[in-house]
Design a protein around this ligand. Sequence first.
Ligand code: SAM
Length: 297
Amino acid sequence: MTDDGLPPLRDVVEACGIEPSRALGQNFLFDLNLTGRIARAAGPLAGVPVVEVGPGPGGLTRALLAEGAEVVAVERDPRCLPALAAIAERYPGRLTVIAGDALAVLPSGLPVRADGRPWRIVANLPYNVATPLLTGWIEAEPWPPWFDRMVLMFQREVAERIVATPQERADYGRLGVLCGWRTRARILFDVAPSNFVPPPKVLSSIVELVPRPVPLPCSVASLSRVTAAAFGQRRKMLRQSLKGLATPAGSVDAAALLERAGIAGTARAETLTVADFVTLARLADGAEPLPPATPND
Ligand code: SAM
């Protein structure tokens, strides 16, 4: 038994017959010291409603509960459900398990909380759906969103794209613009492959994303379209790559758009700041450009 009175995770996985599945992105954490560190990075958690995606056999779940969180865990693999049921029994009334696909379940399938507290998302994400899940959460409407913070494990390369700025051009792209627009994102620490079972090929990182209360004003749909066009052909000059941009109102005159935004047609997407992209998104929507020096809060 471990400190929480539950069996070691290795034994749990064996008893439940959970042979790790690549298709489900299953790289488990068995070290409760490490899962404790991740949970504390998301804390303090006493009484905090936490959503965990992919609890698997429950290593991180157990750490979150030990820190006092009230956890809703969404798991796609039915083989993990008996292990999670045993954890729920150990922490009565504090763990709800939803069997399903997090892409479909969140956030509409979450229980309604009487206290209206926002959720905190904490997860060792399955790598195959990590980026679509994050993008969906960042594009949430309305904003401020249904969560107050995210503390998530990604492959290091994805973590670098999330926190990238125009100064780090190789990593800067759509994900960096969207995350930088609506959140303050930073890498908290790295996790070596040897900590996982089975070990992945690459380094992983824990990333914290805190929603900005008042991001620069523009429509998420327009910003998504502009960044998709601009980074879709990132080596081309913007006057060329934005030719592909279309809005619900019709096609856009890329040269005129860039001129109104005060951006050279010869510039490339990776040199534009978040505020530049917001200005382009606003103009493409028929709105006025941002007033100079509007802060991104
Ligand atoms: N949290 C556990 C840990 O840290 O040891 C497991 C993490 S493992 C990287 C990812 C987990 O996500 C697996 O348990 C997998 O079955 C689950 N999963 C994969 N795709 C999912 C999806 N679309 N929705 C919910 N869970 C998913």
